[in-house]
Write a protein that binds this ligand. Structure first.
Ligand code: HEC
Ligand code: HEC
Length: 295
């Protein structure tokens, strides 16, 4: 009956659609981004990091890389790097957000935790020629980013985004390349979280011995863990690369365990306590200690 009166029908349809819109699109603002979602450690970008972020967008890195770790266990294990899954409070300074929807390459939300090297040597090598560290990579080379950074709008961007900055931050931009900026951005992602530091405290109990004394039993698994986590820096045959060769070592098992678990971040060796369990780390220790002759 109502449908015979177009005016009333249109009004009622409009009201129904507006109720739906309010419930799904306007009301949620009442309960998302509340004080409870904020994460105090999350800091805004510095001018260099923000320039890097803009280059990331210009080059369309987000067409191949997402920046959000879903709550799925598989996602957390693969991309969490000790930082867990993504929470809304991590994105307060992202304008626009770069969550993305396509993973041709890995998620980058926690990439700063994965390669903590202050000099960014891994990123430089990888961006200049991805195949030099990951032989099967189909990521394009970005060697052309080794050109001077255009800083004309750097200060204006910071003002517009209302991010705090100092004159020292701006001076820091002098002489930097686009490559430096994008590496600074990569190194920031995920590193504001304090989660990983708690986990990095994992150490072998002082009296614990390496349970794997026979390389034969663990070799296949150790080689596969090594290929996935270590080869890009230590070489696919452990011959060395960004990090030293790992064919035999004069260090004790416990010392090697500590290095792999905690890392030597200042020198570019990441800690793996957040991503590898104790058993796996011991297997790697056995491989490094006893795997002198084999490949
Ligand atoms: C055509 C798709 C594609 C584009 C575009 C692309 N990447 Fe990648 N990226 C990949 C793939 C595939 C991998 C995995 C293999 C590797 O590590 O090289 C990867 C790996 C990475 C890694 C290492 C991830 C890890 O967990 O080790 C970083 C960092 C990275 N890309 C950054 C970038 C940046 C920065 C840009 C833009 C300048 C970019 N990528 C553009 C496909 C892409
Ligand atoms: C991002 C690059 C990178 C990755 C990935 C990496 N390492 Fe390293 N590693 C280094 C660098 C650089 C050093 C040298 C650190 C130093 O000089 O203090 C190093 C040092 C080491 C050392 C100490 C060697 C010695 O004799 O002093 C061991 C052991 C080691 N790495 C094992 C591993 C294992 C096992 C993995 C994989 C689970 C791994 N590394 C992954 C870069 C890396």
């Amino acid at each position: 009956m109502l449908e015979r009166n177009p005016v009333i029908f249109i009004i009622l349809a409009f009201v129904v659609i507006m109720i739906g819109t309010t419930v799904t699109m306007i009301a949620p603002f009442k309960w998302i981004n509340s004080a409870g979602d904020r994460i105090a450690e999350v800091k805004p970008y510095t001018p260099l990091q923000q320039e890097g972020r803009d280059i990331y967008m210009r080059e369309g890195c987000n067409n191949c890389h997402t920046q959000t770790v879903r709550t799925l266990t598989a996602d957390v294990e693969r991309y969490g790097n000790g930082g867990g899954y993504s929470r809304s409070g991590e994105f307060v300074y992202d304008r626009p957000h770069l969550w993305g929807s396509r993973r041709t390459g890995p998620d980058l939300a926690r990439i700063g935790l994965k390669y903590p090297d202050p000099k960014g040597a891994w990123h430089r090598k990888h961006l200049e020629n991805p195949r030099s560290v990951v032989p099967a990579s189909n990521m394009p080379s970005y060697a052309f980013l080794n050109e001077p950074l255009d800083t004309t709008y750097s200060e204006r961007k910071m003002k517009l985004l209302k991010f705090p900055y100092t004159q020292a931050d701006l001076d820091d931009l002098k002489g930097k390349s686009e490559m430096d900026a994008i590496i600074a951005y990569m190194r920031k992602l995920g590193t504001d979280l304090s989660v990983k530091k708690a986990e990095a405290a994992m150490q072998p109990p002082a009296d614990q011995k390496n349970p794997f004394s026979d390389l034969k039993n663990v070799k296949a698994e150790a080689l596969s863990i090594f290929a996935q986590n270590c080869a890009s820096c230590h070489g696919d045959k452990r011959q060395g690369g960004l990090g030293p060769a790992l064919k035999g070592s004069s260090k004790s098992d416990a010392a090697l365990f500590a290095i792999i678990s905690t890392g030597v971040e200042a020198n570019g060796m990441p800690g793996f306590s957040g991503s590898l369990d104790q058993q796996k780390i011991w297997k790697l220790v056995t491989l490094i200690k006893l795997g002198k002759q084999d490949d």
